[in-house]
Design a protein around this ligand. Structure first.
Ligand SMILES: NC(=O)c1ccc[n+]([C@@H]2O[C@H](COP(=O)([O-])OP(=O)(O)OC[C@H]3O[C@@H](n4cnc5c(N)ncnc54)[C@H](OP(=O)(O)O)[C@@H]3O)[C@@H](O)[C@H]2O)c1
Length: 291
């Protein structure tokens, strides 16, 4: 584990063998409505990606299933050739159907195809981190993962993936994966209001594995909590800043990938997430998930 200070809130974390800023960017919502098709404002989407890098962010989360192929193409158009410091993290294990659904695709040939497609659309020779997306659109599903995870381990040995992670995984599946091969990250749903993974986060922190909460701001249903709003008002900041600041303070292995389609929101979130939260603030915020 290594945390050094950068100008971004939270400093950095070593993901595999490379430093990433703990304040990253999640690119999913850059695609069209329902994460299907192109964005309404393509220039705006490219501007958000360029602003993220200009602000010093070195961790972008994506998937070729976003659009599909739309988000990766935007990242390539905005940022290729990539700077050495940029780490693009992708995921495989689901595709898209014509209705915007997320059918599972975790047979060995599916995963190999998805890795090839990510390499193609991002314009890379090797993918830095690939998360195996488990479960289904409804959440986690307790089922064996050895065959699918084993395929990614083979791809890692072949050199097209540098580091592995899992996503939408139960604690048992995280342990199953780690018994097969080292992972550098777990990407699960977690925020002020959804805290099923509290114990898992602490376990991973002890072992130097990153925990990357998806939907840190509530995703498609923004966090709605009178307690959150009251704390933000008292601190004269936004609820998003408090929600992100709380995650950064929750554990040093938490990496943020909040999404936004707005340069102004991106700047606001970066400026606000470093807010120090007192024991009193944390006590109030900790009660949100229990209410
Ligand atoms: N592994 C998985 O299965 C999985 C699933 C879902 C998501 N993910 C990853 O997680 C990332 C984050 O998820 P997400 O983007 O869906 O959810 P999120 O980060 O929780 O929230 C994004 C939403 O918050 C709004 N927002 C952000 N900053 C704001 C601000 N300052 N003021 C007002 N509104 C603000 C955005 O609207 P504006 O655009 O208007 O700012 C957007 O609607 C995704 O990009 C994706 O990479 C992974």
């Amino acid at each position: 584990m290594s945390i050094v200070s950068t100008t971004l809130p939270g400093g950095t974390w070593t993901l595999g063998d490379r430093p990433v800023t703990r304040f990253g960017y999640g690119a999913m919502q850059l695609a069209g409505p329902g994460v299907m098709g192109p964005p309404a404002d393509r220039d705006g989407a490219l501007a958000v990606l360029r602003e993220a890098v200009d602000l010093g962010i070195t961790h972008i989360d994506t998937s070729d299933a976003y659009g599909p192929r739309v988000t990766n193409a935007l990242i390539r158009d905005a940022l290729h050739p990539y700077t050495d410091s940029l780490n693009i993290v992708t995921k495989v294990g689901a595709t898209r159907d014509a209705h915007g659904g997320w059918p599972i695709a975790r047979q060995p040939e599916d995963l190999r195809r998805q890795v090839r497609e990510n390499l193609d659309s991002l314009g890379l020779d090797a993918l830095g981190v690939v998360n195996l997306r488990l479960g289904d659109a409804g959440g986690t599903v307790q089922e064996p993962i050895a065959e699918a995870f084993g395929t990614l381990v083979e791809l890692q040995r072949e050199g097209t993936i540098r580091h592995l992670g899992v996503s939408n995984a139960t604690p048992e599946q995280v342990r199953e994966a780690r018994a097969i091969a080292p992972i550098v990250s777990v990407q699960n749903m977690y925020n002020l209001a959804v805290r099923h993974d509290d114990e898992l986060i602490d376990e991973l922190a002890r072992d130097g594995v990153a925990y990357v909460p998806f939907f840190p701001l509530g995703g498609f249903t923004p966090l709605q909590s009178s307690t959150l709003f009251a704390v933000a008002e008292r601190l004269r900041t936004t609820p998003m800043a408090v929600a992100l600041g709380w995650l950064l303070q929750r554990s040093p292995n938490i990496l943020l990938i909040p999404g936004t389609t707005s340069v102004a929101h991106l700047r606001e979130n970066v400026a606000g997430a470093g807010i120090p939260l007192s024991a009193e603030d944390l006590g109030e915020l900790d009660r949100i998930a229990a209410d």
